[in-house]
Design a protein around this ligand. Structure first.
Ligand code: FES
Ligand code: FES
Length: 157
């Protein structure tokens, strides 16, 4: 089947199988390798992208069902640069496998204003769907807080 998608501001048409996952189209057809596959079943957040203004696990949705623009971590490059720097500066990343998903999810939190990022508990709760095996989350919370309001401290997270 032929589908049209807007990804990171550019529209393109693709011939794909009806069951093609958005994650596979992004990685295999567009070479956007930021979204990662880990669990492959919607549990870990490594594959998170924005569909419209929602953060969505791209392993769980079909490319053919995208009726809103898709943004990946690559498409947020300029918008999320402070956030990415903050993850690096505040210990929010180690191996980096989870980082694109966390950056996308955090960017969406900031855009939507749905979370009080000065609250450790709210940030942790909001990021509960994004697993990180390395950092223990203290650095992640500190990075989010530092990037948004400057309230975070590595020891206080
Ligand atoms: S790989 Fe998609 S949520 Fe884990
Ligand atoms: S930095 Fe390694 S999984 Fe999060």
């Amino acid at each position: 089947m032929r589908v049209r998608l807007v990804v990171n501001g550019s529209q393109a048409a693709f011939d794909i199988a009806p069951d093609t996952r958005l994650l596979d189209l992004l990685r295999d057809r567009l070479g956007l390798m930021g979204a990662k596959e880990a669990c492959g079943r919607g549990d870990c957040g490594a594959c998170t992208v924005l569909v419209g203004d929602r953060a969505v696990p791209s392993c769980l949705v079909l490319a053919a069902r995208m009726d809103e623009p898709v943004r990946t971590v690559e498409g947020l490059a300029a918008d999320a640069s402070a956030l990415r720097e903050s993850f690096a500066d505040w210990g929010g990343l180690q191996c980096g496998y989870c980082t694109p998903g966390l950056v996308v999810r955090t960017h969406q939190l900031i855009e939507s204003g749905e979370c009080d990022t000065s609250s450790n508990d709210e940030v942790r709760q909001a990021l509960a769907g994004n697993f990180c095996r390395c950092t223990g989350y203290n650095g992640v919370v500190a990075a989010v807080q530092h990037a948004t309001a400057g309230h975070g401290t590595p020891s206080g997270a």
